[in-house]
Structures are given as C-alpha cells and as structure tokens.
Ligand binder design. Structure first.
Ligand code: ZN
Length: 203
C-alpha cells in the first residue's frame, strides 16, 4: 500500500508557514514503513531538532481506480480516520530551499500516525467534520473539512490522474493551522467530533 499526502490544503496553515497558495494540490508520498506501529511511542529521530505534528483527516481507499471523476470519487472510500503527518521541519526547510524532494523530512519511520477507522456512513457529511489535536491536554489544532481548499472527492480525482489508487491506500488530506514542535514525553491525542481516535506518547 501507499500513503498519498496533500500539503497546503488549509488557508490558515499556508499563512502560518508563509507558503504560497498553490494552484494545484501539493502531493507527496510516504512509504508503508512510515506508519507508526499501533501502541508504539513516536521516537524523535536524531537527524532533527524540530519535529512538528500535523493532524490530518485520513481516507482509506476501498476500490482500485485510475482517472476517477469527482462525481464517482465517493465510491472509492468508505472509511475515515485521523492521523499525524510528522515533519522534520528543520530538514524540510533545507530541502525546500534547495528545491529538493521532502521525503527525508516527512517519510521516515514512524512519520505517519494512522488511527483506527470509522465507517463514512456514520457521518452525515464528510465535508463538514470537526477534528482536533491535543498536546498534553491542551488543544493545539482544530479543523473542519469544510475549510479544505480541495475537498476529499476533488483530491481523489486529482491524485488518481497520476497514481492508480489501490485497496488499502491511505490519503492524508492536509493540516489546519497550529502545527508545532514535539519534545520527549509529550502526549498527543487526536479526535474527530469528540471521539478519540488515537493517543500517542513522544520519546
Ligand atoms: Zn501534512
């Protein structure tokens, strides 16, 4: 399986990193080895002094597809989750400066937190989901999927022009504002609509 990530999908987060608003979605991949194993702590890698959390709504693909039209995109997923796109911000800044790919900063082992899954049918509208991240019991990020520049169905249409989507692939849909640094012993708890989706400890 593969993990497809969307960057710069919320205006407030684009502003906080002083990035340009993209005319097309920013897309990058994480390998399956980036998934943080269940019940394991997240270990800050030794090549970064500035690892950031980015909480994101996840979509799990349940059907093979390529060149999927937006109007059919809803048929290609039936589960929603929550994740963290851990990012070595210092390393990413260096790579960005040189115009190099971001993989070392975003796709290292453990850099993808993936929660358990909830049936899409349990939500009245996937384009109006509240989600949040707490760090040490304080809310640090809050988002609503209605604020995405590209909605889930548009993301599926866009990425499937380039990559065949396969069963089990996961899409990270981008992070709202409030990203920040983690240090050892931080506890991160993610929720969708007040339902706790994951709880992880940083080491
Ligand atoms: Zn992200």
């Amino acid at each position: 399986m593969k993990i497809i990530c969307i960057g710069r999908n919320y205006t407030d987060h684009i502003k906080e990193l002083e990035n340009e608003k993209p005319t097309d979605p920013v897309v990058f991949l994480k390998p399956d080895t980036a998934i943080l194993l269940k019940k394991q702590p997240f270990f800050i890698p030794d090549f970064s002094q500035d690892v950031h959390y980015e909480v994101e709504i996840l979509v799990k693909i349940n059907k093979v597809g390529k060149h999927i039209q937006k109007k059919f995109a809803h048929k290609y997923y039936d589960q929603i989750g929550l994740g963290i796109d851990f990012t070595a911000r210092d390393l990413q800044a260096k790579l960005k400066e040189k115009g190099l790919p971001w993989e070392k900063a975003k796709s290292f082992d453990g850099a993808a937190v993936v929660s358990n899954w909830i049936e899409k049918a349990e939500f009245p509208d996937v384009d109006n989901l509240n989600f949040s991240l707490q760090k040490n019991e304080t809310i640090v990020q809050q988002g609503n999927t209605s604020l995405m520049l590209w909605k889930i169905d548009e993301i599926i249409e866009y990425v499937s022009k380039y990559f065949t989507l396969k069963i089990g692939d996961i899409i990270f849909t981008g992070t709202p504002a409030g990203v920040g640094k983690v240090v050892a012993n931080d506890k991160l708890v993610g929720s969708i609509e007040n339902k706790q989706m994951f709880s992880i400890t940083v080491k």
